[in-house]
Design a protein around this ligand. Structure first.
Ligand SMILES: [Zn+2]
Length: 230
């Protein structure tokens, strides 16, 4: 399936915040590949917010981002991170299409993926995303399983990194000898590692899941769109 392997691991992290630097460094040390979902219209340190624990969350500035994310995939997350279902169709199109075009120019990559802001979507949003050339889009749903999506524009993860079953699922995946292609898909926001002080947990997970001959480590696009290629 993936370079002849039946198992794949991939990651998805949102919002382009300053903690992505530390996370990229960790992924690079373990040979893991991630897709980073960015809002090109608000990619500035001037745009920040406070999460529910009171941690200040800052976007990175644009300069240096292309170099930071080398080796990983960039995907759309809309221009300004709105609740898409509250917008008219033309504005939904604008949010997705502009984000895709700006990111393609900024990163020199073909942008084929997306994560829905706040994870929310409906049939109309899916249709517009498809019109924009988006091939897969991540929700915030999770399966605690390793199945590939029937509809890539309603992509569910295996789990969020804070899922209490993360390590148990990792052990299960490592022991798996699947007949069908199996995907372990983890998502989150890198600022949450500061908020919950659990960088060590993520390091332990990366260490456990990495460096295995029977697992393909790829970006979302490589795993989801490369599945047909043997
Ligand atoms: Zn987001």
């Amino acid at each position: 399936m993936w370079n002849g392997k039946m198992k794949a691991v991939t990651f998805s992290y949102d919002d382009g915040v300053i903690q992505d630097g530390r996370l990229v460094d960790m992924f690079n040390r373990y040979g893991l590949k991630c897709t980073f979902n960015l809002n090109s219209g608000i990619q500035s340190k001037a745009n920040f917010w406070y999460d529910r624990m009171g941690t200040k969350v800052e976007h990175m500035n644009v300069r240096g981002l292309k170099e930071l994310y080398v080796g990983h995939e960039i995907a759309a997350h809309t221009l300004t991170h709105p609740l898409l279902e509250e917008l008219d169709d033309e504005t939904i199109y604008n949010e997705i299409w502009q984000d895709k075009c700006i990111l393609e120019d900024r990163f020199g990559q073909n942008i084929v993926g997306m994560a829905y802001p706040y994870g929310t979507y409906n049939d109309s949003i899916i249709k517009i995303a498809r019109e924009c050339g988006i091939k897969y889009a991540r929700t915030v749903e999770y399966t605690e399983d390793f199945i590939l999506p029937d509809e890539p524009l309603k992509l569910a993860a295996t789990c969020h990194h804070k899922n209490t079953r993360l390590m148990e699922l990792a052990d299960k995946f490592i022991g798996l000898e699947p007949k069908q292609p199996a995907m372990f898909y983890v998502w989150g926001h890198s600022y949450e590692f500061d908020t919950y002080d659990n960088w060590d947990m993520m390091e332990e997970f990366c260490k456990k899941i990495s460096g295995r001959d029977d697992i393909f480590y790829g970006t979302n696009a490589e795993v989801l769109l490369g599945v047909e290629k043997v």
